[in-house]
Design a protein around this ligand. Structure first.
Ligand code: ADP
Ligand code: MG
Length: 686
């Protein structure tokens, strides 16, 4: 039995694993119906024993498993489509809890694809009115009734558990103690007890994350080795004064916040959040100049080569007229110097960059991950900026910090994240938002287009009309999760099809992630200069490709994209101050897909769409596994549990106020370390 538990995913190897293996639901015997009393169309839970099971292949080649169950009041047929493993699971004599809707097929009463919980064998002793149902896939070899007794043993063995919260906090938040919570989540006497237990344990999940984040934030703030930049020099002022436009109010505020952070001897650790086109890059360059002004170097890291190259182009261009003092030149000054470092920069150029940094002749290095691995030996790194943070993890942030001696860190993201979710993902950063867009942006007209060729015509006609008017367009190809190769192939096929069909006669370009860097760059340049009229691309255009002349975007299979991603994509058009259109080609097969398409038509507000995305898809999918902690939520869920996040944040702050190293709360310290790993271990004294 223990072998079986250890082979589960995740494995259950310790008492703690077992206690943390929460039931996925409960079966309340007082709420079950009898087969004989069920009415057609009614949804109900019944408990019944399997009499016999069989399977066959239907006329349209679907595998169908049929079972007959019995509960003392009557017999019922069960029908399962496309669940061939049910045949093995539902052996005669197995007791099941079933939830489903009664229907009639050819005069027989049946349930089709009901929710099935295997309770055990008939005759097993199953105690309690409320029975826990443990997570088990139909394929796994461990059933709920096998887990239950082991968990019961684990509960006995564990005895009383250390309480991590003060009584005052428990009272205030109406939470029960941990010992009761762990007991009742596994062996409740009523569903109400189970619910109270889950509330407490859900709170604990958020608390662990917040304690880790708050502790990390405070540790950084406590460092006294940060750089107090001289931020009030003429360079930054000259730069800002020479801009051809006025800063938005939000940009002014962001720059002020960064200025004051950078002037303090405490390392800055700030998140700059703003939609595509809200003017983050400009703020970043200003911040880099503040570092350069005082004689420090700056790093600007982007997630892809395309982006790094684009940022490099923007930085060189924006800074081209600025000079800094120099001891080695005749005029005692030299231009502000920016270098580019990506994986395609050759060894000779890398050596040049290294020498330039050592001699203090390079001020800013723009690059990709390549920056992190020693090829840019900064001698005086004063500020590290990370663009599009959601592609990087916390570890990379630490690595980047390690390139200098406690440099300031500015993290930028174009993904609008609801406030509470940001508190989870970026809870250790200070935050600034650019919500106000620079003037001259028109909202993009968005239309969802069905699969009919006639409907699509509308989009292609608009595209041609815009090209005729001298504008440009994007066609974005389907997302192929986990396979850049297939994605590239699909894009190439689409390109060829369009070139010989709908878009015949136009100048088309192709861009996908599998192309050689030089080809990618050539494709980008051709589009930027207008030589290419329509860019057929995969999601590599999602972030950062900046061509204000593009006014039409067509997204193929749009319902396969997440809302935030679609919003990012759409942000690629409508940057030039003239009208723009986004056509979402979609044939959504799920309610989720449909909801996303409607949301895109109805709103152009990134923050609102982010909230919707979270509601529709849930936190796990929106943020992915890579965000430490989020994948560990078993009971917690956003946006449903926003309140818990807020309360947990406050509680974490109170706890760390009273006991900064958690010396008096070892149980909590260990749990946080378990959750967040090496990253926080140094924070707590043991
Ligand atoms: P982000 O990095 O947030 O996507 P950018 O900094 O690239 O946005 O800005 C998008 C475009 O808007 C750029 O061409 C930039 O020069 C321009 N821009 C930035 N700030 C302003 C402003 N205050 N007024 C007008 N245009 C601006
Ligand atoms: Mg940007």
């Amino acid at each position: 039995m223990l072998d079986k538990l250890a082979a589960m995913n995740p494995p259950l190897e310790s008492v703690l694993d077992l206690l943390g293996h929460y039931p996925r639901r409960y079966h309340d015997r007082t709420r079950q119906s009898e087969i004989a009393e069920l009415e057609v169309g009614e949804e109900a839970t019944i408990v019944a024993e399997v009499q016999r099971v069989s399977s066959r292949v239907t006329r349209n080649r679907k595998k169908m498993v049929e079972a007959v169950v019995e509960d003392g009041s009557g017999l019922l047929n069960l029908v399962f489509f496309n669940q061939p493993w049910r045949e093995k699971q539902l052996t005669a004599g197995t007791e099941l809890a079933l939830y489903g809707k009664l229907d009639v097929y050819r005069g027989k009463r049946q349930m089709t694809n009901p929710v099935v919980d295997v309770l055990g064998r008939v005759g097993d002793t199953k105690t309690g009115v409320v029975m826990p149902i443990y997570p088990q896939s139909g394929k796994a070899d461990v059933s709920s009734w096998e887990i239950q007794p082991v968990v019961t043993l684990a509960l006995e063995w564990a005895g009383a558990l250390a309480e991590t919260l003060l009584q005052g906090v428990l009272d205030e938040l109406k939470l029960i103690d941990r010992t009761t919570a762990y007991h009742d989540v596994h062996a409740p006497e009523s569903t109400r007890d189970a619910e109270r237990a889950r509330r407490r344990l859900r709170f604990d999940e958020f608390l662990r994350m917040q304690v880790g984040l708050v502790a990390r934030k405070r540790a950084i703030e406590a460092e006294e080795s940060g750089i107090a930049h001289a931020v009030d020099g003429a360079l930054v002022d000259r730069f800002l004064a020479a801009l051809p436009f006025a800063l938005t109010g939000d940009q002014v505020e962001a720059i002020a916040a960064i200025r004051s952070d950078m002037a303090r001897p405490v390392p800055m650790h700030r998140l700059l959040q703003g939609e595509v086109g809200s003017g983050k890059t400009l703020v970043a360059i200003t911040a880099l100049l503040m570092a350069v002004e005082g004689g420090y170097q700056g790093a600007l890291m982007a997630p892809t080569e395309v982006l790094a190259e684009q940022l490099y182009a923007v930085a060189t261009q924006t800074l081209s007229t600025l000079v800094v003092p120099s001891e080695t030149t005749l005029l005692a000054e030299r231009p502000v110097t920016v270098a580019l470092l990506t994986n395609r920069v050759g060894a000779a150029d890398r050596r040049k960059i290294a020498a330039g940094l050592a001699a203090g002749e390079i001020d800013i290095v723009v690059g990709t991950h390549a920056l992190l691995y020693g090829d840019a030996p900064f001698t005086k790194l004063g500020l590290a900026v990370i663009d599009e943070q959601h592609r990087f993890g916390v570890e990379q942030r630490s690595l980047l910090r390690g390139l200098g001696d406690s440099p300031d860190v500015l993290v930028m993201t174009a993904t609008p994240i609801p406030r509470t979710a940001a508190m989870l993902v970026y809870g250790d950063l200070d935050r600034t938002e650019l919500r106000e867009m620079p003037p001259g942006r028109t909202p993009v007209v968005t239309e969802v287009i069905g699969p009919s060729p006639l409907d699509r015509r509308v989009a292609y006609d608009r595209l041609r009309a815009e090209i005729a008017a001298g504008h440009q367009a994007f066609v974005v190809c389907p997302l192929v999760e986990g396979s850049p190769k297939i994605e590239a192939k699909a894009a190439t096929e689409e390109f060829e099809e369009l070139a010989g069909g709908e878009l015949y006669g136009l100048r088309l370009g192709l861009l996908h992630g599998q192309m050689k860097s030089a080809d990618k760059e050539a494709a980008m340049t051709a589009f930027r200069t207008g030589e290419t009229q329509v860019l057929v691309a995969t999601t590599v255009v999602e972030v950062g490709v900046d061509v204000p002349n593009a006014t039409v975007m067509i997204v193929e299979d749009a319902d396969r994209f997440g809302l935030s991603q679609l919003h990012q994509l759409r942000g690629r058009v409508g940057r030039g101050g003239t009208e723009a259109w986004c056509y979402l080609f979609a044939d959504p097969s799920t309610p989720d897909g449909e909801a996303r398409m409607t949301a895109m038509e109805e709103s152009t507000d990134g923050f609102l769409l982010a909230e919707r995305d979270l509601e529709i898809r849930g936190s796990g999918q929106v943020f992915g596994e890579r965000q430490a902690g989020l994948g560990d939520l078993k009971l917690g869920k956003l946006p449903r549990d926003e309140k818990y996040v807020m309360f947990a944040r406050t509680a974490a702050e109170q706890i760390l106020d009273l006991d900064p190293g958690l010396a008096k709360n070892r149980a909590l310290a260990e749990e946080v370390e378990d959750l967040l790993g090496d990253d926080v271990e140094f924070l707590f004294k043991s």
